[in-house]
Design a protein around this ligand. Structure first.
Ligand SMILES: Nc1nc2c(ncn2[C@@H]2O[C@H](COP(=O)(O)OP(=O)(O)OP(=O)(O)O)[C@@H](O)[C@H]2O)c(=O)[nH]1
Ligand SMILES: [Mg+2]
Length: 338
């Protein structure tokens, strides 16, 4: 049986597609498809694929060939049908097929994870994994607790900013995102819908979201927008509550979720003595001067469990590694890494 997998493009048109063929008899299949008898390993030939398209073909060894036709959807459809009619079996590509340069299944899964990771912090960590998992003193019980937090490096956690109207949420959002994503005005109720963007907090990619100020009003549109924001709030990985000197923290009770971090904004208007009197559970910040924002970033990363990412931490970044950890299966780990 020869398996056929399309690695590029995935269900979309592209300049060139890559069709991988694996299995016994790959060379005779190519001989029939391309009407060419001799196939030297590693040599690239310009071929006619059964009158469907012209493209490049290469046999990497007796069981592995790659075809590179044009990537138009119709060409791919016709070629796939033709290969299926020649007894090929269509299956999604494995990471090993997607990353032929990988020396092991472990390395192929690592490269696939790397391609999906939006966080720069994930890069060094993933590249160090081969060494981390080869260590003699590997402690499985320690890995089990660490791994979920590190998975957030691939899935972009959400940080949602809530609080009363006019406290400075949009001002902070624009500063953190580095562009004017949200309208700022000295007018309560300015933000009418939640606004989000991607940003990095010390190398960790997060989705940052600004929400309409929470307040009771008889404006129907505003209440609907607050209602919509509640869903974003409920699903937040980190909920940051902001207030200022005019507003208290009572509105925190209006959300279903308890905030993870309480910030007091506009402390640039306070004297140092007044600032020193603030309750310890409040993080004093200023969205306009940037005061306290470093501490806020650290508090968010701490809440995510990503404030201290040691490159030497083994990370169970694939389902297979997670199974290996849960079963404490060192034999399978060795096979996976070979
Ligand atoms: N002094 C001072 N003023 C600030 C600070 N942050 C925001 N402001 C001002 O506060 C006002 C409201 O800012 P916004 O960012 O629009 O507030 P908001 O919380 O998004 O308001 P809504 O969208 O109505 O909920 C604007 O005039 C800002 O310039 C700060 O750190 N210090
Ligand atoms: Mg706003």
């Amino acid at each position: 049986m020869i398996t056929l997998s399309l690695t590029t493009p995935s269900n979309a048109a592209g300049a060139v597609a890559l069709v991988q063929l694996h299995g016994q008899g790959v060379k005779s299949l190519l001989a029939e498809l391309c009407d060419r008898q001799s196939w030297d390993d590693g040599c690239v030939y310009l071929c006619d694929f059964a009158g469907i398209d012209e493209g490049l073909a290469v046999c990497l060894n007796d069981q592995w060939a790659q075809l590179m036709p044009h990537g138009g959807l119709r060409v791919i459809e016709l070629l796939t049908d033709k290969l299926i009619s020649m007894n090929c079996h269509l299956k999604p590509p494995s990471n090993r097929e997607l990353y032929p340069e990988a020396a092991s299944d472990f390395e192929a899964d690592m490269l696939a994870t790397l391609a999906l990771s939006p966080s720069p912090a994930a890069v060094d960590l993933l590249l160090a994994q081969s060494e981390n998992w080869s260590r003699d003193d590997l402690d499985f019980s320690h890995i089990a607790t660490d791994t979920q937090q590190l998975d957030q490096l691939c899935h972009m956690p959400s940080v949602v900013l809530v609080g009363p109207a006019n406290v400075g949420k949009s001002t902070l959002t624009n500063r953190i995102l580095g562009y004017a994503a949200s309208i700022v005005a000295d007018l309560p109720g300015t933000t009418r819908d939640w606004v989000g963007g991607m940003t990095q907090l010390r190398g960790v990619a997060v989705r940052w979201m600004d929400t309409p100020g929470i307040r009771i009003s008889d404006d129907d549109v505003e209440q609907q927008a607050i209602g919509l924001a509640k869903q974003v709030i409920d699903e937040a990985d980190v909920l940051v509550y902001m207030s200022d000197l005019q507003n208290g923290f009572e509105a925190a009770n209006l959300t279903n979720r308890k905030p993870d971090i309480l910030t007091l904004n506009k402390v640039d208007a306070l004297t140092d003595d007044d600032a020193a009197q603030l309750p310890k559970q409040l993080l004093p910040i200023s969205s306009t001067t940037g005061q306290g924002l470093g501490e806020l970033v650290e508090a968010i990363l701490k809440q995510l469990g990503l404030h201290q990412i040691d490159a030497q931490t083994p990370w169970a970044f694939s389902d297979r590694l997670k199974r290996i950890v849960s079963q404490r299966d060192t034999v399978t780990l060795q096979q996976y890494m070979q």
